[in-house]
Design a protein around this ligand. Sequence first.
Ligand code: PMV
Length: 358
Amino acid sequence: MSSRRILVRAPSNIALIKYMGKSDVSLNLPLNSSLSMTLSDLCTWAELIVEDSEKFELEIAESILDLGPTRSTMQKRLLQNAWSETDRTKALKHAARVRSQMGADSLKGKWILKTNNTFPAGAGIASSASSFAAMTLAFAAACSKDAYQFSREWRQDSEFIHRLTDLSRLGSGSSCRSFQGPWVLWNPDRVAVLPYPAPFVDLVVVVDQGKKSVSSSDAHLRVLDSPLWLGRPERVSKRVSALRIALEKNDLHAISAIAWAEALEMHGLFHTSKEPFSYWKPETLKVLNWLEESKTSSSAEPPAVVTLDAGANVHVLVTQEYAEAWKDRIKQKFPEFKILEDRPGTGAEIVEVQEGVY
Ligand code: PMV
């Protein structure tokens, strides 16, 4: 009997310009461009074991992944994924999609998938982005004739990366921005890496670890009937151009102002849709109000770049130089909240491949 083991990791990403609203729901095509920073250790690990079998099957294991003694503490802080029925169905559909697009429809074998995140899932830290990027990469490697060769070559081939991001997007739109980094622009038809400095540390103030009550798939639909939707694609287009200039110049005041306006606009859409909803908790507002005050204080320090994903938790991007001071400040003000810390990253990677016969 032969077997193959593929271990991959894919980071989450945090958008400063948000993907919200789809032009094509079945293809997850966005109504506007989005621009995000790829993270590093806030990621999904996925192990895929392929065993001989008479037919194709995918089994999703619940148990914790054992990464061995070599990983850093952060990377080992894995949280057990509780797979809902919906998540399982999506993963199965995605496996079928990847096999088909990789031209491996006739491939037989039992795929045993184990995934774990280093951060709470469904709480507004883009776990669907990291998990679909990780699954896409692992499934694609499993479809290849030679997984070693695949692991060495996939990153060198920009057209192949484009195929993978397209495929991953079909599972979760924002996952297409998690393959490369740090700055990734997702224009409706293509993903591009932008060569700007990313001197940030992302401090995520975790005010709530619970799963969000409105899925992002629903949010994408519901924002369209907000009166604030009018003119959004045009506003976003101007914001993307302004942000690109600000990132290129490393103009932290401009980056901060654009990110803040965009985050408030996305959450404003949620709050004003026909059936309004909110991801915020009272604690979110407490943190935002405090940050708003500290952002406008007359200190010579560069301002923090504050944003939120579709969730209650607050991302505070600060320059490396001031990261420790910011962490202390946040801890002192809000000792009750956990802070997750991450840095910019370069995207998904295949960490190990083993081919064996036993
Ligand atoms: O990939 P999805 O469908 O889960 O979209 C989520 C989009 C946001 O995370 C809310 C914003 C973004 O651009 O990351």
